[in-house]
Design a protein around this ligand. Structure first.
Ligand code: GDP
Ligand code: ZN
Length: 395
């Protein structure tokens, strides 16, 4: 079901797209200029029910020059960042605007990469996090509009709506969420086939975390050069493909699958997950020579008397896209997941589940379970079903 907020968000996105394509409005529905020139975002925040297109059009028609550009970047409630304030237009005329991505945040300095420059920016006061419910309002991965005067320094003026956000409770103020990284498109789950041995339950946990956070999952089974049984390897790959994942078979040692990995990374922001030693660094270095990844989980570090997140960095790729080195995704996999929701992450069970004796069969101890029969007759992966059982037992 599309919530009111989602509908509104869609409207906002459409509106933005229209601006970006430069299509002029033909005719306004509102005659005269008696309408108060207030931002439509403001109108929505005041009265979401009363909000409609008329307000947008009226406001747009009488907007001062330059305002349309600003509107594109207004910070507003979106399903993924709630309650953020609005940006102000830059004061000085000598300043210009640019759109970019926050690639690093350290000690209050926001490093923003635009199409052709890197700027060290401060954050406009109105964008600070005081009442946002977030410990940090702006995160690495956020797309922003900055103002700058041509030199390497600038000011973050506005944050664009997020496609995704990985958050977790803040270390200091537990009631607040800390956004670790925004706008990640996909999660590259790296698991080695051997050394360490493939661990389906962990892959499934990452997979669930990805799907719950709106990231497309990609499973890279690495170190396939160490496989003794090709059939077993192929069966594992097929099981994850049946679950709807993109599966890559890779070897950083022989170079197998590296070209496919490169294709998958282009133009997207990819976070990494996987045990230490599975070959994340080796794989990424093979795909993108020169990439200096320090792969690990986000950790807490004392910084000037208070805890802050250790640095999360977006690494730009030569052919476009980013890789983010510290997703911190392990902690957020199953938090709050209900037992009955788990099956949603095992879509390949559903064609069989309809045949189970009980409508609410959990495919564990029930008699006449068609999912278990499918597994016994080889139509369903034993590996996936066993992993489902283990995770269910934990919920
Ligand atoms: P990370 O901790 O996930 O970043 O793993 P590393 O990239 O540091 O790799 C851990 C070890 O596995 C290193 O000794 C690598 O040389 C080795 N390794 C990585 N990929 C492969 C592979 O495809 N095949 C084999 N045989 N070894 C690999
Ligand atoms: Zn069943």
């Amino acid at each position: 079901m599309a919530t009111r907020q989602e509908k509104w968000f869609q409207k906002w996105m459409d509106e933005r797209a229209r601006h970006e394509s430069g299509i002029k409005k033909t005719k306004s529905k509102v005659q005269g200029n008696h309408v108060r020139p207030r931002a439509w975002t403001e109108a929505y925040l005041e009265d979401p029910d009363g909000y409609d297109d008329l307000d947008i059009e009226a406001a747009e028609r009488i907007m001062p020059k330059g305002e349309t550009e600003w509107r594109q970047a207004k910070i507003i409630r979106s399903p993924l960042h709630e309650g953020i304030g609005e940006a102000k237009a830059p004061r000085a005329n000598s300043q210009s605007l640019a759109q970019g991505t926050v690639v690093e945040i350290a000690a209050g300095v926001y490093t923003v990469r635009t199409a052709d420059e890197v700027y060290r920016c401060a954050l406009r006061k109105t964008l600070r996090s005081d009442h946002s419910g977030y410990a940090n309002m702006l995160a690495v991965g956020d797309e922003v509009t900055i103002s700058h005067n041509g030199h390497a320094q600038g000011m973050v003026e506005a944050i664009l709506p997020r496609r995704s956000a990985l958050a977790r409770p803040d270390a200091v103020t537990q009631y607040k969420q800390q956004i670790i990284v925004a706008n990640v498109d996909q999660l590259l789950i790296v698991a080695s086939w051997r050394e360490p041995r493939f661990w389906p339950e962990l892959v499934d946990r990452y997979l669930i975390a990805a799907l719950r956070h709106n990231l497309a999952p990609i499973v890279a089974i690495n170190k396939v050069d160490l496989a003794e049984d090709q059939h077993e390897l192929a069966a594992a790959a097929a099981a994850y493909r049946a679950a709807g994942c993109t599966v890559l078979l890779t070897s950083a040692t022989t170079g197998l699958g590296i070209d496919t990995l490169q294709e998958v990374l282009v133009g997207r922001t990819t976070a990494l997950a996987g045990l230490s030693g599975v070959g994340k660094s080796s794989l990424l270095t093979a795909a993108e020579p020169g990439l200096n990844l320090k792969v690990g989980e986000v950790s807490e570090r004392k910084h000037e008397g208070r805890h802050t997140t250790t640095q999360v960095t977006l690494h730009p790729l030569a052919r476009g896209g980013f890789v983010v080195d510290t997703p911190g995704i392990r902690d957020m996999g199953l938090a709050g997941l209900k037992r009955e929701e788990l099956l949603r992450f095992y879509p390949e069970f559903s064609p069989f589940a309809g045949e189970c004796q009980y409508g609410d069969c959990t495919h564990t101890a029930e008699p006449w379970c068609a999912v278990k029969s499918a597994m016994r007759s080889g139509r369903l992966s034993r590996m996936r079903l066993e992993s489902y059982w283990k995770i269910l037992a934990d919920l």
